[in-house]
Design a binder for this molecule. Structure first.
Ligand SMILES: O=C(O)CCC(=O)C(=O)O
Length: 253
């Protein structure tokens, strides 16, 4: 659980690192599952692999870890839906960068309240391209101007405009293996390429309060507008509390 100061820090900065680690058994199981997946499916793109739960329902087990949900509850309330899952596994020497962006640019959720848990499967450092965040950039709850960048040297295609980038003061989120961090949907973040000799793998899940609407029509619109993958058929799961929005089409656990 987070202390009151840590919750306040998330509200103030848009990111907080959990004061606990996943135990070795859990993080080892995530690593083994990830490596087995990429070994058996060389056609997949490890740098950014979304919709994991759709591919294999058993990933849901990790999205429901009580130590993660307890903190998510402190940040977005007791009624929690998990709606996204991804592996971001950046190989030694050739891992791609993540352009500066706000997740809010992408997500078809209204009201747009979402927190992401970013779990370090490997030690994540400045050298291997750890997550970088701009503390406080989420506070105005506005989506800054982004452009499409379809370069194959980056993951994701929405990039914050350079005028906005110039005003930013980023901070590295350095994590030991098994540590995890939460970030708000409006927070500006990105990552440098992995030029090091060490892999940088992470597992992410995104949670929204059940009072928000996962708007599948808006998802289809965004797919066209932003030239991004279609999330309108995503399976979304109530992992804690009760659903309070009549239009969410939940999948059963
Ligand atoms: O890990 C990365 O490189 C990017 C992560 C990210 O953009 C996210 O989880 O929202």
């Amino acid at each position: 659980m987070l202390t009151e100061e840590q919750v306040d820090s998330y509200i103030e900065n848009g990111q907080v690192t959990a004061p606990i680690k996943l135990n070795e058994e859990v993080i080892g199981a995530i690593q083994t599952k990830m490596e087995a997946l990429f070994e058996t499916r060389p056609d997949l793109t490890p740098d950014y692999l979304p919709a994991l739960i759709e591919m294999d329902r058993s990933w849901l087990e990790f999205a429901m870890l009580p130590e993660i949900l307890d903190i998510a509850e402190q940040l977005i309330g007791p009624d929690i839906i998990v709606w996204s899952s991804a592996l971001i596994c950046k190989s030694p020497s050739k891992g791609k960068s993540t352009p500066w962006h706000q997740d809010a640019q992408y997500w078809p959720i209204r009201p747009l309240e979402t927190t992401t848990v970013w779990i370090a499967v490997d030690r994540s450092t400045t050298e291997n391209g750890c997550l970088r965040v701009v503390p406080g950039s989420h506070k105005s709850r506005e989506i800054f101007s982004h452009s499409i960048n379809n370069s194959d040297r980056i993951v994701l295609n929405q990039e914050l405009d350079s005028e906005v980038q110039k005003q930013m003061v980023p901070k590295d989120v350095v994590l030991e293996r098994g540590m995890f961090s939460f970030h708000d949907a409006y927070m500006v973040h990105g990552a440098e390429p992995n030029h090091s000799l060490k892999r940088r793998a992470s597992l992410t899940f995104r949670y929204m309060p059940a009072s928000s609407h996962f708007d599948r029509d808006l998802a289809r619109k965004k797919t066209e507008e932003l030239q991004v993958g279609d999330v309108s058929k995503r399976q979304i799961f109530q992992v804690r509390g009760t659903d309070s929005h009549p239009d969410n089409q939940l999948s059963t656990l």
